[in-house]
Design a binder for this molecule. Structure first.
Ligand code: SAH
Length: 374
């Protein structure tokens, strides 16, 4: 038996081809795609049986050949501040998504890869071995899990809970360009999940050659994980800087298509005690990005077991923020959310790997003890 194809994540053209392949008549296929998109992305249908305006035999055909499978939910954790974190599994791999409710919006933080190749020194995901890219259906699947769990269908109803999507979970989205592009096209399609491109943000550590392509072909808002304003420091904490140094990165931001005062580029800056948090750094930061329509997001470093850094003192963060504020950038400190469930920025790392790491440490400990004299 051949495996059934997941319809979630197929572009209209791909869905058309799949339906024709399954035996749907060419003359009705466009209409079928329209109907299916409506059921899938507007109503969040979980099965074909519920698609009551489709003929019974068509539904039977769909059932035989296709699925609307979401990733399996391994765990769902709810923080005391309302943040939710899901550990998901599909294709034998695990990855995480986080929902962050705020007074005026609800943001879903979505992963693009299992693990990451970038090894940013302060990031927990960076300590996990890169496993693979997520598919469009797995990237979108994170939104489906969130909407299912929050009772957040239909997409067109007022007062949606998931109003914003940020590609800020595990992985580097610009190293999984095609799949991220395919998924975000559906997120931003008026007939798809219908989020406006202002409400969809792609965050990159600085894959410079792909930034322009992202602007041209994806068209979402852009965030840059800047974190340092001097190459000597950025080389260490965001090692991709050795390949694409600050000068090139900032130029790519200046050239980003669609950046304007209404659609600013977000610069993320993690506050690491004694590393990048001096007031000289703050002044260099505003100088570096002068002229770019920008927002600055200061992120208190979220510690994880064994992390080689500490979060800057609150007083220092405030002084740093003041310099940034005086340069005309408003309310820049991001409050850590979901700390009690390790859902904060940079803490995502699939539990299976964490457990394995724990086992490894236990093993190392055991062998060390075994080697100790006496
Ligand atoms: N690879 C992309 C997407 C990951 S986004 C990127 O680098 O932008 C995750 C954001 O959280 C990035 O800005 C990342 O630098 C930041 N981050 C990672 N670890 C962190 C930590 N421990 N504390 C605070 N922010 C962290």
């Amino acid at each position: 038996m051949t495996e059934r194809t997941n319809l979630i994540g197929l572009s209209p053209a791909e869905m058309k081809a799949a339906l024709i392949e399954a035996g749907v008549e060419t003359k009705s296929v466009s209409m079928r795609v329209k109907q299916l998109w409506n059921w899938i992305y507007v109503h969040g249908a979980r099965d074909f049986a519920s698609m009551t305006n489709l003929a019974k035999d068509f539904r039977a055909l769909l059932e035989a050949k296709f699925t609307l499978a979401r990733p399996e939910i391994v765990t769902e954790q709810i923080s005391n501040d309302g943040t939710r974190k899901w550990l998901l599994r599909s294709g034998g791999q695990e990855y995480e998504a986080v929902y962050i409710p705020e007074s005026d919006r609800g943001t879903l933080c979505v992963s693009s890869q299992v693990g990451c190749t970038l090894n940013c020194r302060f990031c927990h995901t960076g300590t996990q071995k890169m496993v693979r890219n997520l598919t469009p259906s797995e990237i979108l699947g994170q939104l489906f899990v969130a909407r299912d769990s929050l009772g957040d269908w239909p997409s067109t109803a007022p007062g949606r809970k998931v109003t914003n999507v940020v590609m800020m979970g595990m992985g580097e989205p610009l190293y999984n360009f095609d799949n991220v592009k395919a998924a975000l096209a559906i997120v931003m399609d008026g007939d798809g999940l219908a989020l406006s491109k202002r409400r969809v943000t792609l965050s990159t550590a600085g894959v410079v050659p792909m930034i322009k392509r992202a602007g041209d072909e994806i068209g979402s808002s852009l965030a840059i994980s800047l974190h340092a304003v001097r190459d000597e420091i950025r080389d260490v904490i965001v090692p991709i800087n050795k390949k694409y140094p600050l000068k090139e990165l900032i130029q790519a931001c200046r050239d980003y298509p669609g950046a304007s005062n209404a659609r600013r580029i977000t610069f993320e800056y993690v506050m690491l005690k004694g590393v990048n948090d001096s007031l000289a750094d703050a002044r260099a930061l505003v100088k570096l990005i002068a002229g770019i329509p920008a927002k600055i997001n200061l992120i208190p470093f979220n510690p994880w077991p064994g992390a080689p850094y500490e979060c800057s003192d609150w007083e220092q963060i405030e002084k740093f923020a003041e310099v940034v504020n005086r340069a005309g950038y408003a309310s820049p400190v991001r409050t850590p959310r979901g700390r009690d469930i390790m859902a904060a920025c940079g803490q995502l790392k699939s539990d299976s790997v964490k457990l394995k790491a724990k086992d490894r440490i236990a093993e190392m400990e055991a062998s060390r003890l075994a080697q100790m004299p006496g």
